[in-house]
Structures are given as structure tokens and as C-alpha cells.
Design a protein around this ligand. Structure first.
Ligand code: ADQ
Length: 736
């Protein structure tokens, strides 16, 4: 039976040590709640740090912790204080956290932090590996463990791995600052499914992958070394009913009201972890501005600031705390009276029922993060607005992921104190019917897309990706297949080997003329040609002159321009189709227009085709222009006997009668070949794969769907296979 392995930095159980005894308290965080309510898989195991550094624990204590958390379905991953310092307070919270929240000025780039991050991710990997059973689903959480999916994948290629990032994924402009950006992306892409709270983060992630790595995303999917990876948005919800129910407890709300909500006053709340991303200081500035701009509200409102202590070992958090406290002192000193304190401040975590009561009695929640992956407080506040006679109003920053789901809130820019002040006024003056209406709409959504739905959706999508991977494209040409191929090669009296050139025998380069064959490749081809049993044909989109220049010295058949010309072993080129090129003059101005509009693009002219290249252009612009150009060309070519094809960073317009499939067909049907091998990497090679007989080995090089039976990931892998063929002993000449 399949199990769910959840991996996060912290376990959902808090371990406390008093004197010499340990106690274990489950913490009901969002993720834990979502997972607890899942029906399947029933068996779950959660890995994470138990919260006490291992060098402060005796081996007896460690043993007790392992046993204690086991009762809650957990396994501890112990970290030393040095690891906690450099990995958690270092790389995670001084590098990734600020950078991913657009606080680049707080970001520390420190090689030793990075080493610790890698080491701890490896440590997690080592701890988890022996526990993985076939069919288990592995769900890795958050920014502390971005390398882990890749590490697990390297050891378990078939594993089901999902990764969810709880914080924003920044734009490429931010990510590129990080010296270790490529490693992080590769790490995340070890997962089969990568989830974010919002589509905007999906977009940023895909755009960074496109620019930094070699993978090319298509509609939120990409092929990573032959494996389909899906990237999608899963906005995390809350346990709606738990919050709604809890907010209905009159005895607790009464008590909270008595303390924080004196009669005749309106109450605004601000609830967050004390973190610079939450915009608490700016919020206080805006409240100060509000009291200044609208003096009629003085003594009529109060702001309750609840800040949960967080990351107190990181300096900027302590500085922020001091600034917040100074600011609160300033506001209270400036406007306070003997009967009225404009801001009250709680620097602590509240028990659940007190927190929900606070949400319920508040008139306004002022939640103004400068950046926030989602922000669950906003959702929790809305869920707690169950009293029809007292519906509160949510003011929410547009920088929170939650803003796209909670559009009925008053949405503000957290840097704009003027608009926050007027939002506060609008909230305090909003008619009851409107408050009710807005809350109902938001509640409807929150009730439907709960945290249980979120977890369920994510795991279901992971399952779908795995299913799709199995039906997606060619099988890897490794192990047993390779052995079979080489043994059939060896045994065959006659062999036909059809090879594409660019992307198959050599890698793509920015300038097409720089892709000439190297001496190793020429040597391999020569060895293969020395074997009398081999008929080898290079079939390329390149023109005759280039192929002659590069392979003219080899006694072999060459096919140029996708089959338009063929050169036999004697070295003479023959046209295979009659050129009909009037269409080129109709099409060329359109391609030229797109060269002008796309810096780095250029046109290549072939006898039967025109090719627009954009490999050297800025990737996003190239993408956009490719689509635009294709649309424009489709319309223009509707009545012409030509086709428009999109390839690897090119758009090719060509005569329809010319394709590689038709070009190789006469060769294939010339005799009964006991061995045929065909290799290619792009759409033009698909025409070859399509016309091959059953017994042919067809091999696609690189990612993407294909008609080929097998796949090799890189040009290097393919050349290695070709060398292995060349190294096999030539067949002795058949006796006459
Ligand atoms: P956080 O940055 O911690 O989470 P948030 O989503 O608001 O931010 O979650 C805070 C949680 O702490 C809420 O569930 C809230 O109830 C609780 N909380 C806040 N103040 C409290 C108090 N005084 N006492 C008790 N509990 C309190 C990160 C990301 C977010 C993302 C979440 C979930 O930064 O953007 O929404 O993960 O993915």
C-alpha cells in the first residue's frame, strides 16, 4: 500500500525540555491539518527537525525524542547547533527568505551558509532514503529543502516526488543575484510536481528555468532529463470550519471584548509573525497618518498589534522589534489620552480560541505584508466573521498571494499610507449589508477550497503526472535496450544507419556555422564506414555546400535540406524535387519584419525553405515573436503549397513536398535490412521515424514527445553509443 512521506524543516510536533524531561505537543499548522484530513494515503510518515540541536541532547534524549515523535507519525532528523546556525538562520533565513521576498538589501551571500544548506539537505536525504518503499509518495516542503527533491531523484529515479514552496518565487531579476541559482532550480526540478501558491510564482519559476537551465517549458510542463515535470499553482486554504466554529464561542469573545474592545470604540487588528516582510512598521506609519488625517477617529478606534516572536537569532528581526516598539510608543505618546491607548501590543503567540475570538470581535483586520507567499491570517479572519450583526472588514495588501482569492477585501498597496488611511476610513464606515455581502463571497470560496482540498489536489496532481510520465514519449535507451541494440548490430550482415546532424551528432551553438564536426566525431564516422556492412547516411537541414565542406572527404551518402538534395558516394549532388520558389518572395518580407522586431534574430535561406532563427534573442521576446510570426505566416500560407514549422528556436517555412521521411524512404525499401538505426532530435526527424519499419531502432535525442521508440538525453550520450558501435569488430566481407 502506498504511503505519504512528508518532509519539512520542522516536525508538526513541538518538543520541549524542562529540567530533564521531554514533552511532546502536536502543533496544528496549516499543512498538518490539511494532511490529517486526507482520506488517502492512510499511512503517513513525517520527517523534520524536532527543534532542539542534537549536540544539546544526550543519546538517551535523542532516543526518547525518536520514540515520542513516532507516536505522532514522525521521524526526527537531528541537526547540530552549527547546522541550525548556518543552514537555518544562515542560508534559509538570511539568504533565501529575504531574496525571495524582494529584500535583496538584507540578503547575505555567504559560501559557508551555502555549504551548510547543501550538507543539511544531504543529511535529510540520507535519513529518508532507507525509509522509502516502492510506490510511496514523497512531499517535500518549502525553501529550506529546495535541493532535496534533486538529491532523492538521483538515488530513486522512479520515486513520486512533489515539492511545494510556501513563499513567493521571485522574478528572474532577483533570482539571478544568487550565485547558486542553477543548483537550486535543478534541485527543485528533481520533483515530478512543483507547486506554488499563485500563478505569478509559477510564471517566475518557469521563466527562471528557461533562462538559467537548458529546459524549455511548454504550458507549465517541461522535460527534465527525459522526465515530465509539471509546475502549477495550488493556493493553500485553511480549515474553514474549525475557524468558523471556534469564532462562535461567546464566552471567549466576551472576555476578549472586555479587554481589547471597550464599548463605543472600534477595534482594528494586526496579526503576524514579527517579520520585516509583513510590513508591520509601514502599517503603523499608516495608522499614525490615519489618526493625523482623520482626527475625528481619535479615541474612537484602537489598534491591537499581535506579533508572534520569530527568528530572534537573526539581527534584523531584533532591530525590527525595537523599531516597532518605538513606533508604537511614539503613536501612543502623540495621540494617547488618560482614557485611550491608540495601540496595544502583544508580542506573543496566542492560543487558538483566543486568536479566533480576536478575529471575531475585530471591526477591521489590517493585513499589509510587503510580500507574502499566501497569508493565512487574512483567510482565518474572514472565516471568523460568522456574527451577522457584526461583520468585520478585511483590508489586505495586494502583495499577499491571498489577494487574488480575496478580491472582495479592500485591497491596498502596503507602501501607500494615504490609501491605507482612506481604506481604514472606508472600512469603518462601510454599511453592514455590504460588509456581510463581501464576507459571504469570500467565505464561500474559503469553504470550498480548504486546506484539505489543497493537499488532496496536490497529491492527485502528483499521481496524474506520474501516470502521464509513463505514457509520455520514448523509453530510455539504456541497460537492456542498449545491450540488445549492440548485439543486433553485431549480428547483422547489412545495416542502414540514418543520422541527423545538428542536435544529434553535435550540440546546438548560437552561430549555426560554428557547429562543424570535431575530429573525434569524424573518426567515429570513419570507423563505422570502414565496416562494409554499414550504409550510413547523414540527413540534415543544412545546405549542400556546408555538408560538402564538413563531410566531403568521407565516402558516404549525404542528404541536404531535409531531402531536397542527395549526394551519393561518388560525390555528385542531385536535386530530388523541382525547386518552386516563388513563394519565398511573398514570405521573405514578413520574416524580415520579425528580424527587425527581434534583436538577435536572422534569416537563413535554403533551396526549399526560409528559416527564421531566434536562438540569440532574449528568450521571452523570442517566444512571443515566434508565436506572433507563426500566426502571421499561417494566415499568409493558407493557399500556398508550403508549411510553417516551429523547431528548436526557429520557425521554418518550407516546400511541403520535401521532408526527411520521403527522402529516406527509397533507402529503407531498397532491401530487407536486418538492422536499421535512425537518430534525430527535432520535428523534421519525426518524418523519418514515421516511415520506419517495425524492426528499426528509432532514437530521439533530448527531451520532448516523439514517435521514436527510444530516447537518449544528450548528444554526448548518443555519441558514446555511436562509438560503442564503431568499436565492435567489423563483419568480415561476405565470401563471393
Ligand atoms: P507565515 O509567514 O508564518 O507562513 P501566514 O500564512 O500568515 O504566514 O501564517 C501564519 C500562521 O500563524 C497563521 O496560521 C496564524 O493563525 C498563525 N498566527 C499568527 N499570529 C499568531 C499569534 N499571535 N498566535 C498564534 N498564532 C498566530 C508562510 C508564508 C505564508 C504562507 C504560509 C503557508 O510566509 O505566505 O501563507 O507559510 O503556506
Amino acid at each position: 500500500m502506498s504511503r505519504l512521506l512528508i518532509i519539512s524543516n520542522r516536525l508538526p510536533v513541538s518538543v520541549t525540555r524542562q529540567a530533564d524531561s521531554l514533552s511532546f505537543q502536536p502543533s496544528v499548522g496549516g499543512v498538518a491539518t490539511g494532511i490529517a484530513s486526507l482520506e488517502e494515503p492512510k499511512q503517513r510518515l513525517w520527517f523534520g527537525w524536532p527543534g532542539i540541536a542534537s549536540d544539546r541532547l544526550s543519546s538517551e534524549h535523542k532516543h526518547q525524542i525518536a520514540e515520542g515523535v513516532q507516536e505522532h507519525g514522525c521521524k526526527p532528523v537531528f541537526l547540530t547547533s552549527a547546522e541550525v546556525r548556518d543552514f537555518y538562520f544562515g542560508f534559509a533565513n538570511r539568504t533565501i527568505w529575504p531574496l525571495f521576498h524582494y529584500f535583496s538589501h538584507y540578503t547575505v551571500f555567504d559560501e559557508s551558509y551555502w555549504r551548510a544548506y547543501k550538507k543539511v539537505n544531504e543529511h535529510f536525504c540520507r535519513e529518508i532514503m532507507p525509509q522509502i518503499k516502492l510506490g510511496d509518495k514523497i512531499w517535500v516542503h518549502d525553501y529550506q529543502l529546495m535541493l532535496l527533491p534533486g538529491m532523492l531523484r538521483a538515488k530513486r529515479p522512479e520515486a513520486h516526488i512533489g515539492f511545494f514552496l510556501h513563499i513567493p518565487f521571485p522574478s528572474f531579476e532577483l533570482l539571478r543575484l544568487l550565485p547558486w541559482r542553477r543548483e537550486l532550480l535543478e534541485g527543485i526540478l528533481g520533483a515530478d510536481l512543483v507547486g506554488f501558491h499563485e500563478y505569478e510564482y509559477v510564471r517566475h519559476f518557469l521563466s527562471s528555468v528557461y533562462r538559467i537551465s537548458d529546459y524549455e517549458p511548454h504550458l507549465s510542463q517541461l522535460m527534465v532529463q527525459n522526465r515530465l515535470v509539471r509546475v502549477d499553482a495550488f493556493p493553500m486554504g485553511i480549515d474553514y470550519h474549525r475557524f468558523a466554529e471556534s469564532s462562535r464561542r461567546p464566552e471567549v469573545t466576551k472576555e476578549i471584548k472586555k479587554i481589547h474592545h471597550p464599548a463605543g470604540q472600534r477595534m482594528i487588528i494586526s496579526v503576524d509573525r514579527l517579520d520585516y516582510t509583513k510590513g508591520i512598521l509601514k502599517r503603523l506609519e499608516a495608522y499614525d497618518w490615519f489618526l493625523r488625517q482623520y482626527p475625528e477617529y481619535r479615541e474612537k478606534v484602537s489598534l491591537v498589534v499581535v506579533a508572534v516572536p520569530s527568528r530572534t537569532k537573526v539581527d534584523v528581526y531584533n532591530e525590527l522589534r525595537e523599531q516597532i516598539e518605538r513606533m508604537i510608543g511614539h503613536i501612543n505618546g502623540e495621540y494617547g489620552t488618560l482614557d485611550w491607548t491608540p495601540v496595544s501590543y502583544l508580542y506573543r503567540s496566542l492560543p487558538f480560541e483566543k486568536l479566533t475570538a480576536l478575529y471575531a470581535v475585530a471591526d477591521v483586520a489590517l493585513i499589509t505584508p510587503l510580500r507574502d507567499g499566501m497569508n493565512l491570517v487574512a483567510k482565518e479572519f474572514v472565516a471568523c466573521q460568522q456574527d451577522k450583526n457584526h461583520p468585520g472588514v478585511l483590508i489586505l495588501s495586494e502583495m499577499a498571494g491571498a489577494a487574488s482569492e480575496l478580491a472582495e477585501a479592500i485591497v491596498i498597496n502596503p507602501h501607500d499610507k494615504e490609501s491605507i488611511a482612506s481604506a481604514l476610513r472606508q472600512a469603518l464606515e462601510m454599511p453592514q449589508a455590504e460588509r456581510l455581502k463581501r464576507n459571504r463571497m469570500m467565505q464561500e470560496r474559503l469553504r470550498r477550497y480548504t486546506v484539505a482540498r489543497w493537499a488532496g489536489d496536490f497529491l492527485q496532481s502528483l499521481e496524474q503526472v506520474k501516470t502521464k510520465q509513463h505514457i509520455h514519449g520514448p523509453a530510455p535507451l539504456t541497460g537492456a535496450v542498449r545491450k540488445k541494440l549492440l548485439s543486433e548490430y553485431s549480428a547483422a550482415e547489412q545495416r542502414l544507419i540514418l543520422l541527423d546532424y545538428d542536435g544529434t551528432l553535435v550540440s546546438y551553438v548560437k552561430q549555426p556555422e560554428d557547429a562543424m564536426p570535431d575530429t573525434t566525431l569524424l573518426g567515429t564516422l570513419q570507423s563505422l564506414l570502414a565496416d562494409q556492412a554499414n550504409t550510413i547516411i547523414i540527413i540534415s537541414g543544412r545546405d549542400r555546400d556546408t555538408l560538402t565542406q564538413w563531410f566531403g572527404n568521407l565516402k558516404m551518402t549525404l542528404i541536404a535540406e531535409h531531402g531536397a538534395y542527395m549526394r551519393d558516394e561518388s560525390g555528385v549532388w542531385n536535386a530530388q524535387v523541382k525547386p518552386d520558389n516563388e513563394w519565398k518572395e511573398i514570405i521573405r518580407p514578413m520574416l524580415e519584419l520579425y528580424v527587425d522586431r527581434t534583436p538577435g534574430a536572422f534569416i537563413e535561406e535554403k533551396t526549399f525553405s526560409l528559416v527564421w532563427h531566434c536562438r540569440k534573442s532574449e528568450p521571452d521576446l523570442a517566444n512571443l515573436r515566434t508565436q506572433e510570426l507563426k500566426d502571421a505566416l499561417m494566415a499568409m500560407t493558407a493557399n500556398l503549397n508550403i508549411g510553417v514549422f516551429e523547431g528548436a528556436k526557429i520557425v521554418e517555412v518550407k516546400h511541403i513536398g520535401v521532408n526527411k521521411g520521403q527522402a529516406v524512404l527509397p533507402w529503407v525499401s531498397r532491401q530487407q535490412w536486418p538492422f536499421i538505426f535512425v537518430a534525430g532530435d527535432d520535428y523534421t526527424d519525426e518524418d523519418m521515424f514515421a516511415v520506419m519499419p517495425e524492426n528499426a531502432f528509432t532514437c530521439k535525442i533530448g527531451p520532448g514527445p516523439s514517435r521514436a521508440q527510444y530516447r537518449l538525453n544528450t548528444v554526448g550520450d548518443f555519441r558514446e553509443l555511436l562509438t560503442a558501435m564503431a568499436d565492435l569488430k567489423p563483419k568480415p566481407k561476405p565470401q563471393q
